[in-house]
Ligand binder design. Structure first.
Ligand code: DGI
Ligand code: FE
Ligand code: FE
Length: 199
């Protein structure tokens, strides 16, 4: 299947998402594109990854579980307990491939890991993870001013800051921490050893 064109994709996301989620989707796509410009990533890949990253976000948790089971997508214990937060990324990547015709493995991985991250991410994976967190419509996260500036300078430092803040936030909620979020945090903590993180 050929990947949908941009106009068709926008219409489709508008259809499958709430108005607020669709606004977020567009913001992530253009934020990812701007990060791609600065960091030498393919701009079209960033737009497409941003456009599709939450394509499964407006599906409820039970339905996400049943989609995974039907299509033999593995579900971990923690994903089973937090399906909406964690499974929309896995199902989103599956839909990107099966429904929207995306074949590029880097784009599919960026969508799959956009919530937890993973160790040793590609440039596109980092860009999507960061764009999702810092797009202009995000208001409530801590340190956004600092993170938005840092994102145009150093992706790895930005990842670590976001992971630190996400872990701190998750500790204030009843959401359980996915092993992959922790692994990603430790990996980027190590990657950034020796760098000054507070400038
Ligand atoms: O889909 P979005 O709201 O745009 O953002 P997202 O996909 O990054 O994250 C969805 C939620 O998942 C967000 O509130 C942060 C949360 N999250 C990130 N890592 C973990 C997590 N939730 C749980 N339970 N465990 C994690 O490790
Ligand atoms: Fe998401
Ligand atoms: Fe998102």
């Amino acid at each position: 299947m050929k990947t949908m064109n941009w106009k068709k994709l926008r219409k489709e996301m508008e259809k499958v998402q709430t108005e607020k989620r669709y606004e977020h989707t567009l913001s992530v796509a253009y934020t990812a594109a701007s990060l791609a410009m600065v960091h030498g990533e393919n701009i079209d890949s960033a737009l497409l990854a941003g456009m599709l990253h939450d394509c499964a976000k407006c599906i409820d948790g039970k339905k996400l579980i049943s989609i995974c089971k039907k299509n033999k997508l593995e579900i971990t214990e923690i994903e089973m307990k937090n399906p909406s937060a964690l499974l929309h990324a896995k199902v989103g990547s599956f839909f990107a491939k099966e429904k929207y015709g995306v074949e590029d493995a880097d784009i599919l991985n960026a969508i799959q890991y956009h919530t937890t991250g993973r160790p040793n991410m590609s440039c596109l994976e980092k860009i999507l993870y960061i764009a999702d967190y810092m797009e202009p419509g995000r208001k409530h996260a801590t340190n956004l001013t600092h993170i938005r500036k840092m994102a145009y300078q150093d992706l790895d430092k930005t990842l670590l800051k976001i992971l630190e803040d996400t872990l701190a936030y998750l500790q204030t909620t009843d959401g359980q921490i996915d092993e992959m979020t922790l692994k990603t945090y430790h990996y980027y903590k190590n990657e950034n050893t020796g760098k000054e993180l507070t400038e």
